[in-house]
Design a protein around this ligand. Structure first.
Ligand SMILES: [Zn+2]
Length: 117
C-alpha cells in the first residue's frame, strides 16, 4: 500500500506549512484525489488513522474529494472520462491514452481552529 507513504508525506507537508505560517492546531485537511491517481480513498482513510495516531493530527479530520479523470486518445484526439478499469478509447478503441485530468493527489485546503475561540 503506497497510501501509507502518501499520507505520511501529506502530514509532513501540512506540518511544514503550519509552522511556516505559525498556525494553530489543524482542524481539517481536505485532499483532492484524482480518479486516475491510482489512490484508493478507503486505504487513504485507513492509513491516515495509522499515520496520525500519536501526532498533533490525531484529532484532525480528513476530508477526501474525488476529481473526475479525463484522458485523451493519441490516435483520434478524443477526450473522454475513462471507466475504472477500461483504459481504451470509446471512439476508436485506441489504447494510447494520456491522462489530462484527475491523475494527482493534492492538498486542497487546511483548516485551523480559530484562535479567537
Ligand atoms: Zn481514439
Amino acid at each position: 500500500m503506497h497510501e501509507m507513504g502518501l499520507m505520511d508525506a501529506v502530514l509532513r507537508t501540512v506540518e511544514r506549512i503550519r509552522q511556516e505560517q505559525q498556525l494553530g492546531p489543524v482542524r481539517k485537511i481536505t485532499i483532492e484525489v484524482g480518479e486516475l491517481s491510482g489512490v484508493v480513498p478507503r486505504f487513504l482513510e485507513e492509513c491516515y488513522e495509522a499515520v496520525a495516531a500519536g501526532t498533533p493530527f490525531e484529532e484532525t479530520e480528513l476530508a477526501l474529494e474525488m476529481v473526475p479523470g479525463l484522458a485523451r486518445c493519441e490516435d483520434c484526439c478524443n477526450e473522454f472520462r475513462p471507466a475504472a478499469d477500461v483504459l481504451r478509447c470509446p471512439a476508436c478503441s485506441g489504447e494510447k491514452l494520456t491522462p489530462i485530468a484527475g491523475k494527482d493527489m493534492t492538498i486542497k485546503e487546511i483548516e485551523v481552529y480559530d484562535p479567537e475561540n
